[in-house]
Design a protein around this ligand. Structure first.
Ligand SMILES: Nc1ncnc2c1ncn2[C@@H]1O[C@H](COP(=O)(O)OP(=O)(O)O)[C@@H](O)[C@H]1O
Ligand SMILES: [Mg+2]
Length: 340
């Protein structure tokens, strides 16, 4: 488990000070794929770099499985860091090394304990060869072992970086905008790989991103960072259905917010979470009560006859009719909320 407790980070540069994180509390449970979203400059990269103490917090604690990294000795810190892999937007591969030599690199630096009693020794050549083989197999690059980074596509480079990050079998993987330099298809394939790593290897993953689609496709939990503070956090299913804070609304449902602001009168925001289909619900209003509601906004998609997404409808001015609409929706188990 990763826990940040009252973490504050102040950068001092050129006589000025920047508060990049302020009183940040975050708990990331084992097995989660935890998304961290926010605008550029919000403090996301600083936050993720505090998790492995690449940045030392000015105040507060960083607990990894209960151990406070801000308190441990250098040697212990290096040990714990080996349980935390990291990947970046720009891949950070060693250009002079082949793919397999990139993946081997952390193994060359690390030592292992072969039995609990034994002291730490270096990996043997054979162990490294075998481990690199497994890793390249895992990321689907077994045929690129001898290639150089410059010969690879962006997606392939990120796969090498993932293999390298996993070399020492970390329990955690931190991803800072790992798909931001990739096209949509490549992004999806990398996200698929990360999900697979989470599910099959049980690696807990922290995903920093400014792309909401990334969170929707793989994250279980999400925190929204706004101007160095946590604005909101929770299960993705909840935060993405009903974002509470202004910043979360702007990030997650910007078009919906725009449509709410563009018209007067009372409105209902409907959330479809796959339990029911939208069409019968809306047409039912017309058929049963003769109320044709005006749909102001819809961002719904149909998957196997079930509807997912949001809709905004105008409530009839007539209070009685408005009540009927709400009763009808409630009876259909539609989740809705009144908006002005
Ligand atoms: N090494 C640094 N020195 C000084 N200021 C920094 C440094 N790194 C980040 N900052 C500042 O801290 C704030 C948060 O930055 P960052 O964590 O990179 O945000 P994000 O990743 O959300 O874009 C920004 O105002 C940024 O300019
Ligand atoms: Mg950043």
């Amino acid at each position: 488990m990763i826990e940040l407790r009252h973490v504050k980070k102040v950068y001092s540069a050129n006589g000025g000070e920047t508060v990049a994180l302020d009183d940040v509390d975050l708990t990331i449970e084992d097995g989660a794929v935890y998304g961290i979203i926010g605008l550029s400059g919000a403090g996301k990269s600083t936050l993720v770099r505090c998790i492995n103490l690449l940045e030392r917090p000015t105040e507060g604690q960083v607990l990894i499985d209960g151990e406070d990294l801000t308190k441990v000795k250098k040697k212990r810190l290096l040990e714990i860091r080996r349980s935390i892999g990291m990947i970046f937007q720009n891949f950070n591969l060693l250009e002079q090394r082949t793919v397999e030599a990139n993946v081997r690199f952390p193994l060359e630096l690390a030592k292992v304990r072969r039995t609990t009693a034994a002291k730490e020794v270096r990996y043997t050549r054979e162990e490294m060869r075998q481990r690199v083989g497994e890793l390249l197999e895992l990321v689907g690059l077994a045929d690129k072992a001898k290639a150089y980074p410059s010969q690879l596509s962006g997606g392939q480079k990120q796969r090498v970086a993932i293999a390298r990050a996993l070399a020492t079998k970390p329990k955690y993987l931190l991803c800072d905008e790992a798909t931001s330099a990739l096209d949509p298809n490549t992004t999806q394939s990398i996200l698929g790989l990360l999900k697979n790593i989470n599910e099959t290897l049980g690696v807990t993953i922290v995903v920093i991103t400014h792309e909401m689609k990334v969170v929707e496709s793989i994250c279980t939990d999400v925190a929204v960072i706004d101007r160095s503070r946590v604005a909101e956090r929770g299960k993705v299913s909840e935060v993405f259905s009903f974002p509470q804070s202004e910043i979360a609304k702007e990030l997650i449902i910007p078009n919906l917010i725009r449509s709410l602001k563009s018209t007067g009168g009372k409105k209902l925001r409907l959330v479809f979470n796959g339990e029911i289909s939208d069409t019968p619900v809306i047409s039912g209003l017309a058929l049963r009560y003769g109320i044709a509601v005006n749909i102001l906004y819809a961002d719904t998609k149909n998957i196997d006859g079930k509807t997912f997404g949001h809709m905004v409808i105008a409530l009839p001015d007539d209070g009685e009719k408005a009540e009927l609409v709400k009763r009808h929706l409630a009876a259909q188990n539609v989740i809705f909320k009144e908006e002005l």
